[in-house]
Design a protein around this ligand. Structure first.
Ligand code: ZN
Length: 103
């Protein structure tokens, strides 16, 4: 599931920084073959966020049971770190779709 997207027409590979820049765009023109495709990211993000939330809850429960004297601040730091990691992974959930599919 976590993979950087490819151009659906020519299979051109897009780098992390490029995919990140696409996050506010609906349509992208491939720099390699020049064909337009649409960006799909909602589905992957929902799955990733759901998985991250489950892991985070489990992690917090485990920490409360195994670490004595764990403070709210400690939980907060771990939660912030986990949320940051989820956001970092967002470009890996982006998928490119052929525009013809929507017509
Ligand atoms: Zn292409």
């Amino acid at each position: 599931m976590l993979k950087l997207p490819l151009c659906p027409y020519c299979g051109a590979i897009y780098r992390y920084g490029e995919v990140k820049k696409f996050r506010n765009k609906e349509n992208i023109k491939c720099r390699h073959c020049g064909k337009e495709f649409s960006v799909s990211k909602t589905k992957g993000r929902i799955i990733l966020t759901a998985v991250a939330a489950v892991i985070l809850i489990a992690l917090n429960i485990l920490m409360f049971n195994f670490i004595k004297g764990l403070t709210v601040l400690g939980c907060f730091i771990i939660t912030v770190a986990a949320v940051s990691l989820t956001v970092i992974l967002f470009p890996f959930t982006t998928r490119f779709k052929k525009k013809d599919d929507e017509k």
